[in-house]
Design a protein around this ligand. Sequence first.
Ligand code: ADP
Ligand code: ASP
Ligand code: MG
Length: 453
Amino acid sequence: MIVVKFGGTSVGDADAIRRAAAIVRTRLDRKPIVVVSALAGTTNVLLAIAEHAVKGRLIVAVREVEGLRERHLTAADDLLGSGAPADEVRGEISATCDELASLAEALSVLGHVTPRSQDAVAAIGEQLSPGLVTAAFAACGLPVELVDARRVMITDEQFTRATPKPDAIARAGRETLLPLVEQGRVPVLGGFIGATEQGITTTLGRGGSDYSASLIGAALEVEAIEIWTDVDGMLTADPRVVPAARLLEQVRFDEASELATFGAKVLHPATIAPAVGRGIPVHVYNSRRPDGKGTRITTDAPRRPVTALAGRCGVAVVKVQSSRMLHAHGFLGRLFEIFARHQVAVDVVATSEVSVSLTVDGAARLDGLVVDLATLGDVSVERNRAILAVVGAGLGDHSATMAHAIAALGDIPVRMVSLSATGINLTIIVDDDRLEPAMRRLHAALLEPSAAM
Ligand code: ADP
Ligand code: ASP
Ligand code: MG
């Protein structure tokens, strides 16, 4: 048994869905369970619809709903032509879009969106795509069966970033998905969405379909998890930023996890953990080039000093300076307790005798945090920073490589540097607008054939 997940561009239109069907056909003997994202760009449109509605632009919101309806109906026409299955799918698409329009109306009356209602809207994309994909796969002769992901992906109630409940998912997966697979059927379900035990729709956070795939894979202890996307696999950097980025045929679990956490959007940051727990290899493939080698993410990939780079903008650096820190114990404990109380996650930390620098998500609300931190010392917040991560399982053993990385940045100001305890990740904080050139310089120095290391 394997899990085969198709991202948004891999089911973005009728041609993409046909390519996905051909890929699933080549996997039939491995008993696939298919997880699909919303059609590319749909979730962004849905969130925009909610925003328009609450800001009193209901007409714009409704126009966007009609755009989504049109797009899904066009794909259905192209894939299914006429006949009863086509009529059924068209009817379901329209009913779901009607529901979306009603949600938009309700939001415009309320003038306010709660995380729970935002999830009701954001989840529509992954409610629409599986029905369309299932019907299209069936029309191609695949023995598919549509499953509502909300019956399997049981989560807590943290709407917009719900935490999955692995035991409940395993139970539901065994009850709902296994019997289908055993009958030779291919279950198809939406990624990203789930439901609370009471059946209220939740989502796993942006890009969460990868996470759905690995959670289902872990729950059913599958042989492999395949992530089908729009690039050849995991590359040495985001190819949109570094055109010279090249394919990594093997990546270690720990490296993939660091890369995803620090901005490699090709995988949702939480994807790796469920797979590692069960030792299930994760493969990343290009759905436009199904014969490519792709990337295999496992525990036994080679240990390289530098495997890849990742980067993330929109970071804030919080600095606390205090002479009370000098030779004092318990200072960092009090400091982190304040971050915990305000539920602000810290990514990178660097300390000196009298100061601590920490990076946090720039979108986090920091006012209350800063007031409380001021009880410990002088606080400053630097916004518009970016994190650049140099990741390699063997990096910690190569001081020269780290020196080479810093030197390669040249005149780009370095705001902070930190090496992770396991030595796998050198994080460098630079200004937001210098992230892309910094990535290109580091890639040329550390990962291109001429790189002198
Ligand atoms: P999907 O819709 O299939 O989930 P995403 O857009 O979420 O696809 O992720 C794929 C994108 O991730 C690629 O188009 C690429 O721009 C970006 N990306 C960022 N870092 C990397 C990397 N190291 N390797 C491959 N792709 C990356
Ligand atoms: N459709 C969702 C998003 O755009 C989930 C995903 O594609 O993984 O965030
Ligand atoms: Mg994605």
